[in-house]
Design a protein around this ligand. Sequence first.
Ligand code: MEV
Length: 435
Amino acid sequence: MTTSRLPGFYNLSINERLARLAEAAGLSPDDLSAFRFEGGIDADAANHMIENVVGIHGLPLGIGLNFMVNGRDVLVPMTIEEPSVVAGASFMAKLARAGGGFRASTTEPLMIGQMQVLDIANLQKAQAAILNKKAELIAEADQIDPVLKKFGGGARDLEVRLIEDSPIGEFLVVHLIYDVRDAMGANAVNTACEKLAPHIEQITGGRVHLRILSNLADRRLARAECTIPVDELAFNARDGSETRPYTGEQVRDGVIEAWAFAAADPYRAATHNKGIMNGVDAVVIATGNDWRAIEAGAHAYAARSGRYTSLSTWGKDEYGNLAGSLEMPMAVGTIGGATKVHPGAKAALKLMGVKTAAELAEIIVSVGLAQNLAALRALATEGIQRGHMSLHARQVAIAAGATGDMIEKVAAQMVAEKTIRIDRAEEILKSPGNR
Ligand code: MEV
């Protein structure tokens, strides 16, 4: 039985953290050994993944603590270069835990493949002809991936859309709806569309041009909700020697007002959603999934009404507690792609004890909601810079050439002085006693 509550984790060395992590997740240290080598992958393995490989690009891998998703404790691997993200998610997961953790769900893993049909003499007639042959076309597409079929996936539906207003005039688009089970699904769907295209041409007398999956995966949604007991939100903000107390009600209302800004204004919504993606992408990357696909789906979904808006909602429940939800497309897989060849990604899935793509999606969307709350809470109270400052100061200290104990020393001095700049870090490093 995994516990995601690891008090004092922050104070341990990397090796101690790894040992504690394995113990907490009921794994052997070997299960997580891929986390130890840089990037979780060696150059030989990388050489098989893409072209012209000359090396590996490393990013920090941290652990999101305190997460409870659908009653299960989960330790969340997060790959990200930005300070405060892992700490913010972990802290909000702790608050959410006091309200029972995250409740998450997914729709069926249905992906959409698109076929663009051009040069049709009579669009209405062609549309009717395709729909007439729908059962036949679905049956044909269903045979294309026997492995997916074996696991219960396959073609589910076929729709025809008329695009009336385009720079090249009218044309038809056929949507193939495909259940991809635990795969991300791009390969299966692209193959199915390519195979089906000649049959569509024969039926319509037209020309099938593009045959490709849509990243607006609005049939494959993940949703998370949480309730934060209002008293848990109370805290004392510190600014130097001054303390400013915030009541739970003040923080709750501040978060709701911050969300309303994003709900109403695309300029704010873009940043608000970026905060959500800080958490989402970190887990997507750690598990070897395609974060560009997730980004594309998220922002297209956020604009589905015709006006770009917040992916999340925040309000208060009947007891005055803060209630949040996040719904977005989540085309992630636990089989195929890098998830099965990248040793670090495999270890990440193992750490979470995730067996299905749906479980992974539920965790990811919970992290996104936690991350959103971390940002809104900070913005609605003490501002984002205070939390960022000490970690940012460390990065500036490293950039200035600090190593070992000097990193903390230089960072602490810059924070105390409220001057976090590389020239100041260099001065501190050169000052007598620090050389
Ligand atoms: C920074 O990476 C993310 C935030 O800007 C998100 C937000 O403004 O909600 C803090």
